[in-house]
Design a protein around this ligand. Structure first.
Ligand SMILES: [Fe+2]
Length: 311
């Protein structure tokens, strides 16, 4: 039986996922032929977002610098500090990408690894928010588990720091651990919409955080990001106004995809990416022994929702 508090929490969760949901590209897709309508919609939400001091700083202050494709410019080793410095936030603002190496102390990394092992072997203890769910695609199998941030002291610290700075409000993330396994050493020849096509998640400024306990090399389907594509410029607005699929198949995306980098990461790396900008997971290409990926995702759309952009 649900208690009254549980019932209320469920209602709140349901409303966050429906009525209060952060605007995505659905409206733009539905109104594809109505340019004026789309323009109004985009302008309305962009004006609201630009009133937020954090979002204004990170997404609306345009950047005239040429961005180098050398990943080391966006990578910081935090060693024992476990902290995002002002310099790192500056780099994030310019590029839309920040990679943090040696992100967690060993005991917190181990804790994450143990959870991924539970997903891998489908042998669960009781820390999960609900029983993890397994999805099968043509070439991949993904096992997803959800967790609460309170279980991770240092990840919580990064998340609090980043949300305070970018959203001007400490915001609790929704955390998902994705254990992805490529079936039968297959190669992904066809791209998957919203995953291995370079795409935008939504037109309104926002971000995601990712953590990998293990190294991610060239052959491990690394994340790719079009540096600087998060900035709300005339080209950015033109893309969202005219796009059909909101990915690389739209001709307008070419102007945003200038400097693309693959986030090959060392073990124990955390990265932040502004995913209104263009990005993808690269496909698994080469047949190698290691055909799995362990990625922890931090998302904020549930708790930094429509109302937070409006008021
Ligand atoms: Fe995405």
């Amino acid at each position: 039986m649900f208690s009254n508090i549980e019932k209320l929490l469920n209602i709140k969760r349901y409303l966050n996922k429906t009525l209060f949901k952060t605007p995505g590209v659905e409206y733009l897709k539905k109104n594809y032929s109505f340019k004026e309508r789309k323009k109004k919609h985009i302008n309305f939400w962009m004006t609201r977002a630009s009133k937020n001091g954090g979002l204004n700083k990170y997404f609306f202050k345009s950047n005239n610098e040429d961005l180098s494709k050398d990943l080391s410019n966006y990578t910081y080793d935090v060693k024992n500090k476990f902290d995002i410095s002002n310099e790192m936030f500056e780099v994030l603002s310019k590029s839309g990408l920040l990679i943090i190496e040696n992100a967690l102390p060993e005991d917190e990394r181990e804790k994450v690894i143990n959870l991924f092992n539970e997903l891998k072997f489908k042998d669960y203890s009781n820390v999960w928010e609900s029983k993890p769910t397994c999805f099968f695609r043509e070439t991949t199998e993904i096992n997803i588990g959800k967790l609460k941030i309170d279980d991770f002291k240092f990840l919580k610290r990064y998340s609090d720091q980043a949300t305070k700075e970018i959203f001007n409000k400490v915001t609790e993330p929704s955390i998902e651990l994705h254990y992805l396994k490529l079936k039968n050493l297959a190669i992904e020849n066809t791209n998957i919409k919203g995953e291995t096509f370079i795409h935008s998640d939504r037109f309104i400024p926002h971000f995601k955080m990712f953590y990998t306990p293990y190294e991610i090399g060239e052959d491990d389907a690394p994340f790719q990001y079009a540096l600087g594509s998060h900035k709300v410029t005339p080209d950015y607005l033109d893309f969202f106004l005219n796009a059909k699929s909101f990915d690389e198949t739209d001709i307008e995306s070419k102007k945003l995809i200038k400097n693309i980098v693959s986030v090959k990461a060392k073990k124990n790396s955390l990265y932040i990416a502004f995913t209104n900008g263009l990005h993808r997971r690269t496909p698994f290409k080469k047949i190698s022994e290691k055909k799995e990926r362990n990625m922890m995702f931090f998302q904020y759309v549930e708790r930094f929702n429509k109302f937070n952009y409006l008021f």
